[in-house]
Design a protein around this ligand. Structure first.
Ligand code: NAD
Ligand code: DAU
Length: 353
């Protein structure tokens, strides 16, 4: 893999992946980041990367749905591998407006696969970054495995399920060398503050309500983003072509417990905050429609076959994440202007119960 096309590399996980890979002394190739910079794409998250890694990192503002733009990138950089992150990724937004999800997640993936097929002779891998949400919801027991039937609940997860099927179909039908990863909830630096953890940190610091959906007893399996990046690179290097790998944190938490933990850490880590104790800001709001109850991942295939397991514990990972948001005020302030504010304010005004 000498010329890797990373789609959506200005988003949360893409940024972390590009930083992770360029910092790996064993990786000598080039990364070409194609991103059309939606509200969730922030090139500032990769500030100075091109200078720090001359002739190793390139940015192209491109829409994965655009045949001409993507075809030109394959040609120009002689792309031989694809790490496909680009997506509309927020479940709440998919409920309010599914169109962009169908366009980017399904049609965009289809277009990328078609371009890959066009340049098939030079392609060694198409890796699709997907989600555990394709499996639907668990009850109190059990885990998602790679053979759990697909049962998506939201327009977001249905669009990701459709894209998984397309990627598998291009392997079976055209012999495209693919791998797929289905991962649980990520957290860490550079995450857009519409997702639970950064939203709670930043709202708490501003003394705003901390909106917990329903009774707060929904469970997610949290994974520190660098662990996910290491899993992705492990799968890309060693994964069997045509196979799917589940990725998880072995870290199930109820939302309410996680939010209370963040509040308590903030009481200690931001001692001058005017809003202590931050737990007083917790507000239960109307539930998300179709809200999946519990996610838990069985990643034994990845662990046993490829030797990956998570390294960060949630205690250290959440503390590191809070520290990052406290330190990176320039990034936070830039993100919180514009599109972000209008969405959050409208959405939570509608949701208040
Ligand atoms: P994100 O929303 O932070 O970033 C998405 C990026 O894709 C942005 O930079 C955006 O500008 C870009 N993008 C969107 N539409 C595009 C288009 N049409 N053309 C080009 N670029 C486009 O998302 P994320 O949290 O970094 O997630 C990345 C991938 O990982 C997604 O495919 C998501 O489904 C998957 N995933 C995310 C998580 C998680 O917890 N965040 C967990 C499992 C899987
Ligand atoms: O499981 C992987 C998925 O994790 C990824 O595929 C998605 O791209 C990613 O957004 C994430 O989806 P979730 O819906 O689980 O993440 P979110 O941060 O939106 O919500 C986490 C949980 O917290 C969920 O049960 C809903 C709840 N929640 C969320 C928000 C934003 C709240 O209670 N209050 C909130 O304000």
């Amino acid at each position: 893999m000498k010329n890797i096309l990373v789609t959506g590399g200005c988003g949360f996980i893409g940024v972390n992946f590009i930083r992770y890979l360029l910092a790996d002394p064993d990786f000598k190739g080039r990364i070409i980041n194609a991103d059309n910079l939606t509200y969730a794409g922030n090139p500032e998250s990769l500030e100075n990367i091109a200078e720090r890694y001359p002739q190793r990192y390139y940015f192209e503002k491109a829409d994965i749905c655009d045949q001409k733009q993507i075809g030109a990138i394959f040609e120009k950089y002689h792309i031989d591998a694809i790490a496909h992150f680009a997506a509309e990724s927020h479940v709440d937004r998919s409920i309010v407006g599914p169109d962009a999800f169908i366009r980017t997640n399904i049609n965009g993936t289809f277009n990328l696969l078609e371009q890959t097929r066009r340049y098939q002779e030079q392609i060694v891998l198409f890796h699709h970054v997907s989600t555990d949400e394709v499996y639907g919801s668990l009850g109190d027991d059990g885990f998602f495995t790679e053979t759990t039937p697909y049962d998506p609940s939201s327009p977001y997860s249905a669009s990701k399920a459709a894209s998984d099927h397309l990627v598998n179909a291009y392997h079976r039908t055209y012999g495209i060398p693919i791998t797929i990863s289905n991962c649980s909830n990520n957290y860490g630096p550079f995450q857009f503050p519409e997702k639970l953890i950064p939203l709670m940190i930043l709202n708490a610091l501003e003394g705003k309500p901390l909106p917990v959906y329903g009774d707060g007893k929904n469970v997610r399996d949290w994974l520190y983003v660098t662990d996910h990046c290491r899993a992705l690179w492990t799968i890309m290097q060693k994964g069997q072509r045509g196979e799917t790998y589940n990725v998880g944190g072995r870290c199930e938490m109820r939302n309410i417990d996680l939010v209370e933990m963040i509040c308590d850490l903030l009481d200690r880590m931001a001692p001058d905050s005017l809003h202590k104790p931050h737990r007083n800001l917790i507000t239960f709001v109307k539930d998300r429609p179709g809200h999946d109850q519990r996610y838990a991942i069985d990643f034994s295939k990845l662990e046993h076959d490829l030797g990956w397991s998570p390294e960060e514990s949630y205690e250290t990972g959440i503390e590191k994440t809070i520290h990052w948001y406290l330190e990176n005020t320039k990034w936070v302030n830039r993100i919180k202007s514009g599109a972000y504010l209008s969405w959050i304010e409208t959405h939570y005004a509608d949701n208040a119960s």
